[in-house]
Write a protein that binds this ligand. Structure first.
Ligand code: BGC
Length: 783
């Protein structure tokens, strides 16, 4: 069952619009999330204006984390709502679940970020109306949200009432993060709610103003201000003639004392300045009105698309739409100039995962930014640098040295924020302890891996000297303290972890973790030697902090003696961890076929799942993708086939990596199948799986599957390789990447690849050839 339609765009909007083609109050969450609007500073769920049971209104402002009480972890609070309108027509509340609806359509226009909804409504009494709702979050001014509603009575003159304002009763599933605060209405027009987060003391100012017209002229209205507990609004009453259009505009502004502007300010000064500016901005934007604000924002979107578009000529138009959907969300999920904030696993589109950042950023999202917007990638890695303090604290708390990155991160000072308790065990009924914060440790190496990838792609020496080296050295130091001597094996191992496959807990020597830890330590060891020889000043600086001689020696010892699982002689399969092959095999058909994830939990508890050869998501497969040149193609193929058969893809991170690897191995149909699967994680027919927010790693994965997979981009051994291979369904793929400050426009057809270099001379490996492409030149190679 789906009410989504992806074929409605035409002309200049062909493959640009995502449409909800019918209203069904059972599935409100899907479009609230996937139609989320934003600009990196804030994200606004696309809850409908009028209220329905089951809706989840949500507005999240990056970095405003708050901890509700000691039993909870820091989370992104849900801001006072400005989307709700209470509309009464002829004295009766309006709702699409009353009367009859015709010609319903709600769309997200990916080109300009606008969400519109239109339909013809016949009320129970038989009177008819045309409705049109529009909403935008500005890309031009990150503080601005605007909405417009048009109502045209078709059959009768009618009295329309609209109650609109700021609603501070919203919570994060019951946790109220804001104080009651101060509420005020100025000049019967401007509404203000200033409240404060209860623990982090972030002051949030939400402002709103209204403009009301009939047939383009200011309307005659009567109004009633209402100030109540946590609520402030105005009720407008207007008489509208048959055939006339009532247009109601609501212009809002959101500011907080956590805004980047106030970084380092004295608290009182920030509060005063923020209130002043917020008020002034509201006057300004109210003057501009919806249409001008939209135009301004559209111009910013145009710039994004001019630089970021990936063009696909496919038999399935959906592929192009899905790529645009991914790029749209990638561009609204991150505040590109603020290194105090990361990317949430649900971006800013829902409460899921509490706004926390995971390895999703480094492994699944950052490649997009590294290869298209280097500055944003740098900002995101600086965020990890700023989180070092918390990582060091976590290491000490766990009895280790160096930097042990939190599995889940929130505000830079928060450290580990993984909740302690999760769902109930289906067998025992007891609440399950979440172990990832304690033993899913590969994230520490993932961060170091991403730092180095960024450097290889950008050659940003300044970043390395200020932040990069320190992250790599301190994470490597952590691993040296983390390894345990294994008498039996006669080498070091890493015991009691969770690898990327979270269906296995308390495992020893997880292949992914061990290989990435090895990579992290080897990299640090190499950098110590290089710094000593080539950058003595930097070396001396770190010498003081780390005792590099001693660290170097420890690293050498650890690298030589760390056990990294290798392919078994007879089978060529790398054990995912010690004893994986001894686990029981069960029939997974039912779970593999299910369109809903996690159904295995309906039948088994974690202890049982732990004893089966079943994977939640790629584990060894991700290792083979990241450390591309570690194993031969034959080994990769064997492992891919072996593990895929046992993988349920119950994490949204799984399918995109499988697509890339399958394509590398020439398994074209599978590669395309997994690409489509990744695209359908949010856009698919499953109507509830996005309820708590979009899947930001999967959105990054869609881009990777297209550009790294079919587009063949890989950064291995310090070099850029482009070995594309299109799926049967595609005729052409065009993408842009930035390699060492040069923009390359890559056009792939079925039998050729053309690389146009818009920057300085670069070297690219295509097939087995190393090609020098000079400034402004293009090369064409057969594939
Ligand atoms: C996955 C993790 C991921 C997290 C956040 C979990 O379901 O298993 O790999 O980091 O979701 O997206």
């Amino acid at each position: 069952m789906t009410i989504m339609d992806y074929k409605r765009g035409s002309g200049e909007f062909l493959n640009w619009v995502v449409t909800e083609s019918a209203f069904d109050s059972r599935y409100l969450g899907k479009c609230e999330s996937i139609f989320c609007q934003g600009n990196g500073y804030m994200g606004l769920r696309a809850a409908l204006e009028e209220q329905y049971v089951g809706e989840t209104r949500g507005m999240f402002v990056t970095g405003t984390f708050n901890k509700f009480d000691d039993g909870e972890v820091s989370e992104l609070p849900n801001f006072p709502d400005i989307t709700k309108l209470m509309i009464s027509i002829g004295g009766h509340p309006f709702g699409m679940d009353r009367g009859t609806i015709k010609n319903y359509e709600r769309t997200l226009n990916l080109k300009n970020g606008e969400v519109t909804r239109s339909f013809h409504w016949t009320c129970d009494k038989g009177d008819e109306f045309e409705f049109r709702f529009r909403r935008m979050v500005s890309m031009e001014n990150e503080h601005v949200i605007a909405a417009a509603v048009e109502i045209t009575p078709v059959t009768e003159d009618i009295q329309i009432e609209i109650e609109s304002g700021i609603d501070g009763t919203v919570t994060n599933t019951g946790s109220q993060h804001f104080s009651e605060g101060a509420k005020r209405i100025y000049e019967n027009r401007f509404l203000e709610m200033i409240s404060e987060t209860t623990q982090s003391h972030v002051l949030a100012a939400v402002h709103a103003a209204h403009k009301i017209f009939t047939d383009g002229k200011p309307a005659e209205v009567t109004l009633l201000p209402i100030i109540d507990r946590r609520v402030i609004r105005i009720r407008y009453t207007v008489n509208v003639k048959k055939g006339s259009t009532l247009r109601f505009e609501k212009i809002s502004a959101v500011h907080t004392t956590r805004d980047l502007k106030y970084d380092g300010w004295k608290e009182d000064d920030a509060r005063e300045d923020m209130k002043l500016r917020a008020g002034q901005l509201l006057m300004d934007i109210c003057e501009k009105g919806y249409d001008r604000l939209l135009k301004e924002s559209e111009r910013k979107w145009e710039k994004v698309w001019n630089k970021q578009e990936v063009k696909i000529s496919s038999r399935n138009d959906f592929d192009q739409l899905a790529l645009r959907f991914a790029i749209y969300h990638l561009n609204i999920m991150v505040k590109k100039d603020d290194s105090r904030v990361g990317i949430g696993a649900k971006a800013l589109s829902g409460e899921g995962y509490k706004g926390h950042s995971f390895w999703d950023t480094e492994i699944f999202i950052l490649p997009y930014f590294m290869l298209t917007q280097s500055e944003t990638a740098r900002t995101l890695l600086e965020y990890r640098y700023k989180c070092l303090k918390g990582a060091r604290r976590k290491a000490i708390e766990n009895g280790y040295e160096g930097a042990m990155y939190p599995w889940e991160s929130a505000w830079i000072e928060d450290g580990e924020v993984t909740p302690l308790w999760g769902a109930a065990d289906v067998v025992t009924g007891e609440t399950l302890k979440i172990l990832t914060g304690l033993i899913e440790q590969h994230i520490t190496a993932d961060v170091a891996y991403a730092v180095w990838q960024y450097y290889i792609i950008s050659r940003d020496e300044d970043f390395m000297e200020r932040y990069g080296y320190e992250i790599i050295l301190d994470t490597a130091k952590f691993w040296t303290s983390r390894l345990e001597w294994d008498e039996e094996k006669g080498c070091y191992g890493i015991k009691d972890v969770i690898g990327p496959d979270e269906y296995k807990e308390h495992v020893d020597n997880n292949a992914y973790t061990n290989h990435l830890a090895f990579y992290n330590m080897k990299l640090a060891s190499k950098l110590i030697c290089e710094l000593k020889a080539e950058k003595p000043v930097v070396y001396t600086r770190f010498q003081e902090q780390f005792d590099l001689e001693e660290l170097g020696e420890r690293l050498t010892e650890c690298i030589h003696k760390l056990y990294c699982p290798l392919p078994e002689k007879e089978t060529g399969i790398i054990p995912q961890f010690d004893g994986f092959f001894d686990l029981k095999s069960i029939d997974l058909t039912k779970y593999k076929k299910s369109s809903v994830v996690g159904t295995i939990y309906n039948d088994y508890n974690m202890e049982q799942i732990n004893s089966f050869q079943v994977l939640k998501q790629g584990d060894v497969v991700v290792l083979l993708y990241l450390l591309d040149d570690l194993f031969s193609e034959e080994i990769k193929r064997k492992n891919y086939l072996y593990y895929e058969e046992r993988t349920l893809h119950d994490s949204s991170l799984s399918k995109a990596t499988h697509s890339v690897l399958a394509n590398d191995l020439g398994l074209k149909e599978e590669a395309y199948h997994f690409f489509e699967g990744a695209c359908c994680i949010d856009l698919g027919t499953e109507m509830k799986s996005s309820n708590s927010g979009i899947h930001s790693a999967s959105v990054g994965g869609i881009w990777q599957a297209a550009v790294m997979g079919f587009g063949g981009v890989r950064v291995t051994s310090g070099q850029l390789r482009i070995n594309p291979s299109l799926p049967e369904e595609w005729n052409e793929l065009e993408y842009r990447i930035v390699w060492r400050n040069s923009t390359l426009v890559v056009t792939v057809t079925r039998d050729e690849v053309k690389i146009l270099n818009q920057g300085k001379e670069v070297t690219v490996i295509v097939g087995k050839k190393e090609l020098l492409i000079s400034e402004g030149a293009a090369i064409v190679e057969s594939i």
